[in-house]
Write a protein of this length. Structure first.
Length: 324
């Protein structure tokens, strides 16, 4: 039985498969989003930090001009970490809406649990805002729902304790938590906690983000954890061969079948179409068990954000680092 959408606490339906746009340059992402719409995607995931909201807004405007309806779309964007202060929430959301040419977003996420101050010069490293106040920021996120600027609000890259703290103090509960999730980093405790709290989960990097290592090296001169590529994992390849599917389709279906939404990024029309076909088959219990066995725990994490120099010293840094 196909699972194509998740019902949020607001009763709004969120597609389980969307197009991710991290690292997608504006001149490329506009075309990619247009392709995605024509294939059947209705969820587009972006962020202020990605620098491509205007191009995505152009693609949305064009799709609506061609007869598409805004209410059929589910658009997610995120509060940047340099706006992680109560006074900045409405400002950056309003700017994102202006970029996207929209009156509202369907989901607005706090992108990171830690905050920064960026120097006016824009050249020096960002300074930690060690007074990041999740509860104060969340109150402003709630105001965005009440004012109609966001249909739903949520979190990204928060750990279990941080999520629970928000839930314990919220008037409007987080509708979604978006975190790194793939075959090598399955985070079952965090996912189970969210399910018990009624919070949906979205996986970014559901294919293991094969291009991330090169990006970190080129932009930050940073070498992340040595995590193999799940697309080349023998168990994944074996299941793909048996089912006549691609490794990407197997990895996406694995998460979808666990009730987790996925937002794989691609700028290739063929891959965008290939990924969408993960909705059209099912994995057996044995397949699911084999894939579950691939979890490496924290050793599978690529996105620990240490490319932000000194971020591990922030009081709200969400991950435990190995001391060896």
């Amino acid at each position: 039985m196909a699972l194509n959408a998740i019902i949020l606490p607001s009763k709004q339906s969120m597609p389980v498969l969307g197009l991710g746009t991290w690292q997608a340059k504006p001149e490329i992402v506009e075309q990619a989003v247009g392709w995605a719409f024509s294939i059947g995607y209705r969820l587009i995931d972006t962020a202020y930090n990605y620098g491509n909201e205007k191009a995505i807004g152009n693609a949305i405007t064009e799709w609506i001009k061609q007869g598409g309806k805004r209410e059929e779309l589910f658009i997610t964007t995120k509060l940047p970490n340099f706006g992680n202060r109560p006074s900045e929430v409405e400002k950056y959301l309003t700017e994102s809406l202006r970029n996207l040419k929209l009156d509202y977003v369907d989901l607005y996420l706090v992108h990171h649990p830690f905050g920064f101050f960026y120097p006016p010069s824009g050249t020096d490293p960002p300074a930690l805002d060690e007074e990041t106040d999740h509860l104060a920021v969340w109150k402003e996120m709630e105001k965005a729902v009440r004012s109609g600027l966001a249909k739903n609000i949520g979190l990204s890259n928060f750990n279990k304790a941080q999520v629970e703290k928000i839930v314990s103090n919220a008037e409007i509960l987080p509708a979604n938590l978006q975190v790194e999730l793939h075959a090598f980093l399955q985070q079952p405790d965090l996912v189970d906690t969210c399910k018990k709290l009624g919070i949906s989960v979205t996986a970014y990097a559901p294919l293991g983000s094969p291009a991330a290592k090169d990006h970190f090296k080129a932009k930050y001169d940073f070498k992340p954890n040595e995590v193999p590529d799940p697309l080349n994992e023998p168990k994944v390849l074996s299941i793909a061969t048996k089912l006549n599917k691609t490794p990407a389709q197997i990895l996406l279906r694995f998460l979808i079948q666990k009730g987790i939404a996925v937002v794989p990024k691609s700028s290739s029309k063929d891959r965008i179409k290939e990924n969408f076909e993960a909705l059209n088959f099912e994995l057996s219990e044995d397949n699911m068990s084999d894939l579950s066995s691939l979890d490496r725990g924290e050793n599978g994490r690529l996105f620990n954000f240490l490319f932000y120099k000194g971020v591990e010293k922030h009081p709200e840094y969400p991950f435990e680092l190995k001391t060896n």
